[in-house]
Design a binder for this molecule. Structure first.
Ligand SMILES: [Zn+2]
Length: 170
């Protein structure tokens, strides 16, 4: 089992913290849910059960091309039914948000930054998707820029859309 924990939350007011708390609870449920497992295992890119991994000009992989099963295991940390693996999220709200990106992750400090304007405009499913996306970066998954082909099929965007879609059903 995976247990999502908000280790730190900087810059949020009490109302905003409520949204964080609800998102945490929803994400916690989803990560331990069969629907999430199926979503990752059955994710397809160009009709194949895989995510999109970048390649260099010479055709070498830039990102390690994991199988869907490996992606699922990395995300759930191979935790079994009766074993609890905790995921610590360190969140921080940044002022403003008149920028293209909702936020970003600092891979060194493992801190997830979100711009306040974006945060307040995101629906709960979108915010859950955003947290998932940034958390995938923490786990070492990456993607090319937004406009590149197949970027939506990268692990961060792909898995983020899976949790976003499942949240809509709650
Ligand atoms: Zn990203």
């Amino acid at each position: 089992m995976i247990k999502v924990n908000i280790a730190t939350a900087k810059g949020f007011n009490p109302g905003e913290l409520k949204k964080v708390e609800v998102a945490k609870q929803v994400l916690n449920k989803i990560l331990n849910n069969e629907k999430f497992r199926d979503g990752v295992l059955k994710f397809t890119t160009d009709g194949l059960f895989r995510f999109h991994y970048r390649r260099s000009f010479l055709g070498n992989y830039i990102d390690k091309p994991y199988t869907n099963k490996q992606v699922y295991e990395i995300i759930t940390q191979n935790s079994g039914e009766d074993e609890i693996k905790q995921v610590d999220l360190n969140l921080e709200l940044l002022p403003g948000g008149d920028v293209d990106d909702l936020g970003y992750t600092n891979p060194d400090t493992k801190r997830i930054y979100t711009h306040r304007n974006w945060f307040n405009n995101l629906t709960l499913p979108e915010y859950v998707g955003h947290l998932t996306h940034e958390w995938c970066h923490q786990l070492g998954f990456n993607h090319s820029n937004r406009l590149a082909q197949h970027v939506e099929s990268s692990v961060p965007f792909g898995v983020g859309s899976i949790t976003e879609n499942i949240t809509m059903d709650y």
